[in-house]
Design a protein around this ligand. Structure first.
Ligand SMILES: [Ca+2]
Ligand SMILES: [Ca+2]
Ligand SMILES: [Ca+2]
Length: 462
């Protein structure tokens, strides 16, 4: 009897032990659920904070689409901005930034103009080869990859890609993103992204230790940023005047219809007659800049053997109106015309300017020095490049077809964070304002690259 009672006591004790174990583990599960929910909430808050940075950039572009100074480095709008909460203890912040390409620069608090870069879908071989680390063979491979016409002796056709361990089709068309360059033979991660593995604009120890750790680098104490800040796949604009009117195509229609289209366009006296005469002769004018100093032999209608020479009335003074109003055509799109990949002379960094034909380092530097002194209305066309004697008429005519004075797409990185939790979100976006209203045309989560920099640096506390 006593033995039975003893067994019952032991059984009861075992049951109690099991029940308390179950209770403890339930409690543990409940606690982990709370922790997971909190982490998830903080992750969503970090993402919401980073998205707020992108939306701040969109509203600035809506208000000031044509003010490069307002968007390029504006810490009051983009640096350590409180999104929700009260202060450093419970607040969520964003910082919007991009690379500062000036000598010794790290980051600036603003946006990058995609039109300030060389467009990899438009650039010819010579321009591509002027980009850092792009060889003759790499330029040929890119031309082959995008299906550019012509013979590219050092390129790679589909058969090369068919023999890769994981074969893929080449695009035979424009690349959608800069990252797509990584699919082109020769364009390695180092060429495209340089040494900046975490894409934060700062040189970290692993980015300056040669091959001791990823990424590969040259340990020279300088951050090579690769093509990322100099090349783009997404720059375009509608072929419109600054007032938003379609430009007049001087290579289309007969002489009379051209003349009637040109009336009321505020063009120099005599230019409609000159263009009508050129049209009558079916003269190929490749770009409105060609009208600078152009001469034309015109036959006397009564005596066709008697020819007189007429001169284009386009000069440095009236060049802005000529370039704003006239075109030699764009790419048809949605019932309008689009110009792809023109480089914005008002914002392009030095290395992008130097990739253009006829632009030496000295000229690139002069462009940069001078554009900071121009009035906003002088920057509305590219005419200042010639009117201010930065380049000769010959160089201007060579380079003008590749240039614009506008930007319509902007790249930025937005970092959302709290000062205490250690949670963060790191996004990269492209905002497109070509249609007027800003829209996000590209969004990529870079959070896996790690924290771009400590929140205290964004806050200016170190
Ligand atoms: Ca870095
Ligand atoms: Ca390294
Ligand atoms: Ca280096």
């Amino acid at each position: 009897m006593r033995a039975r009672r003893g067994i019952i006591v032991v059984l009861i004790l075992v049951m109690i032990a099991i029940l308390s174990l179950v209770a403890a583990s339930q409690l543990f599960i409940a606690q982990s659920d709370v922790a997971a929910a909190s982490a998830q909430r903080q992750g969503s808050q970090a993402r919401a904070a980073a998205m707020s940075g992108i939306h701040r950039a969109m509203s600035l572009l809506l208000e000031m689409p044509d003010d490069p100074d307002a968007r390029h480095d504006n810490p009051d709008v983009f640096r350590h901005q409180l999104v929700c909460g009260q202060d450093d203890k419970d607040g969520w912040y964003f910082t919007v930034f991009c690379d500062d390409l000036s000598e010794g620069g790290t980051i600036r608090f603003g946006l990058e103009d995609e039109a300030g870069k060389i467009n990899i879908n438009i650039a010819g071989k010579a321009v591509l080869m002027n980009l850092p680390a792009v060889t003759d063979a790499m330029a040929d491979c890119l031309l082959d990859y995008r299906g550019a016409p012509g013979n590219h002796p050092n390129g790679a056709k589909q058969d090369y890609y068919d023999q890769l361990p994981k074969p893929y089709q080449i695009k035979n068309g424009p690349l959608a993103t800069l990252e797509e360059l990584l699919l082109v033979k020769g364009f390695t991660g180092t060429v495209v992204f340089g040494e900046d593995a975490n894409r934060n604009g700062f040189l970290e120890p692993n980015e300056n230790d040669a091959d001791a750790s990823f990424p590969p680098d040259d340990a020279d104490g300088q951050l090579n940023r690769g093509l990322r800040c100099l090349a783009t796949a997404v720059s375009y604009e509608y072929n419109l005047t600054n007032a938003g009117q379609p430009r007049v195509n001087i290579t289309k229609g007969d002489a009379n219809s051209l003349k009637s289209q040109l009336s009321g366009r505020n063009l120099p006296d005599g230019l409609p007659d000159f263009l009508a005469a050129a049209r009558q002769q079916n003269l190929a004018i490749l770009d409105p800049s060609a009208l600078l100093g152009m001469k034309l032999d015109v036959a006397d209608p009564k005596n066709p053997n008697n020819k007189t020479q007429i001169s284009s009335p386009v000069t440095a003074e009236n060049l802005p109106a000529v370039l704003d109003q006239l075109t030699t055509g764009g790419f048809p799109y949605n019932g309008q015309e689009v110009l792809f990949g023109r480089v914005n002379i008002n914002v392009a960094p030095k290395a992008a300017l130097m990739a253009l034909p006829g632009v030496s380092e000295e000229i690139a530097q002069r462009i940069i020095d001078l554009r900071g002194q121009l009035q906003p209305d002088e920057r509305t066309t590219i005419a200042w490049l010639y009117a201010q004697n930065v380049v000769s008429a010959d160089v201007f005519k060579q380079v003008a077809p590749l240039l614009t004075a506008r930007s319509k797409q902007f790249r930025l990185r937005s970092y959302g964070y709290s000062m205490v939790s250690g949670r963060f979100c790191y996004l990269e976006a492209i905002i497109d304002i070509a249609e007027g209203r800003p829209r996000i045309s590209y969004l990529r989560d870079l959070t896996r690259l790690g924290m771009p920099f400590a929140p205290s640096l964004a806050a200016g506390q170190q």
